[in-house]
Design a protein around this ligand. Structure first.
Ligand SMILES: O=P(O)(O)OC[C@@H](O)[C@H]1O[C@@H](OP(=O)(O)O)[C@@H](O)[C@@H](O)[C@@H]1O
Ligand SMILES: [Mg+2]
Ligand SMILES: [Zn+2]
Length: 180
C-alpha cells in the first residue's frame, strides 16, 4: 500500500504514461499526443504534490530528432496542461544512446535522485509512475515506491514482471481517481 500522506513528489515517466508512446519513437511535437485523462490528472496532482517527469529520450542519441524538437514537445505539453490548469514542476531527460554508457539513462536512478534533491525529498517521499521494466528497475534502484500503469508498454511490462510484488493501475487518471 502507498502512504500517500507521506509523499511530496510524484515523478512520471513520459512516453506511455502522459502521452501515447510509439515503437517508432515520438519524434515531433505533432506526434506527441496526450493519453486521454492524463493532463487533467496532472492538474489534480498539482494541488497535492510536486509533479516531475523523468524520461529516456534515446531518439536524440539515435539521431531521430534533437533537443530543440524535444523542447517543442515539452512546450506543447505545457500549453495543453495549462489549458487544464496544470503544470509540470521539473523535467529530467536522458538524451543519450543506450550504447553511450551515460550516468542518467533509466534504469539508473540518477534522474530520480536529481528530482528528489531539487524538492528536498527522501526516496520514501517520492513515487514513480511508469510503463516499462526500466522504470520499475529505476524505482528499485532509487528506493522509492512504483506504480506500473497499463497504458503504453504497461501490459507487456506486466508480463515481463510476472511474479513481482507490484502496484498496477490502468492509467494515470485511474491513480488520481483512487487517491482523490
Ligand atoms: O518512456 P520514456 O522513458 O518517457 O521514453 C521512452 C522513449 O524514449 C522510447 O524508448 C525506446 O527505448 P530505447 O531508449 O530505444 O531502449 C522505445 O521504447 C521507444 O518505443 C520509446 O518511444
Ligand atoms: Mg515510458
Ligand atoms: Zn543519459
Amino acid at each position: 500500500m502507498i502512504d500517500w500522506a507521506n509523499k511530496k513528489v510524484i515523478i512520471l515517466d513520459r512516453d506511455g504514461v502522459i502521452n501515447h508512446d510509439s515503437d517508432a519513437y515520438v519524434k515531433s511535437a505533432d506526434e506527441w499526443k496526450p493519453i486521454a485523462g492524463s493532463l487533467a490528472a496532472i492538474a489534480k496532482l498539482n494541488s497535492r504534490f510536486k509533479v516531475a517527469v523523468s524520461t529516456n529520450q534515446s531518439g536524440i542519441g539515435r539521431g531521430f530528432y534533437d533537443e530543440s524538437v524535444l523542447d517543442d514537445m515539452h512546450q506543447k505539453m505545457a500549453t495543453l496542461l495549462s489549458e487544464k490548469g496544470g503544470h509540470i514542476d521539473h523535467i529530467e531527460f536522458c538524451p543519450h544512446h543506450p550504447d553511450d554508457g551515460c550516468d542518467c539513462r533509466k534504469p539508473k536512478p540518477t534522474m530520480l535522485k536529481r528530482i528528489a534533491e531539487i524538492f528536498s525529498a527522501t526516496p520514501d517521499e517520492v513515487i514513480f509512475v511508469g510503463d516499462s521494466k526500466s522504470d520499475y528497475e529505476c524505482a528499485e534502484n532509487f528506493g522509492c515506491d512504483f506504480i506500473l500503469v497499463l497504458t503504453g508498454k504497461g501490459l507487456k511490462t506486466l508480463d515481463k514482471l510476472a511474479g513481482k510484488d507490484l502496484l498496477v493501475e490502468k492509467s494515470l487518471a485511474k491513480i488520481v481517481e483512487e487517491i482523490a
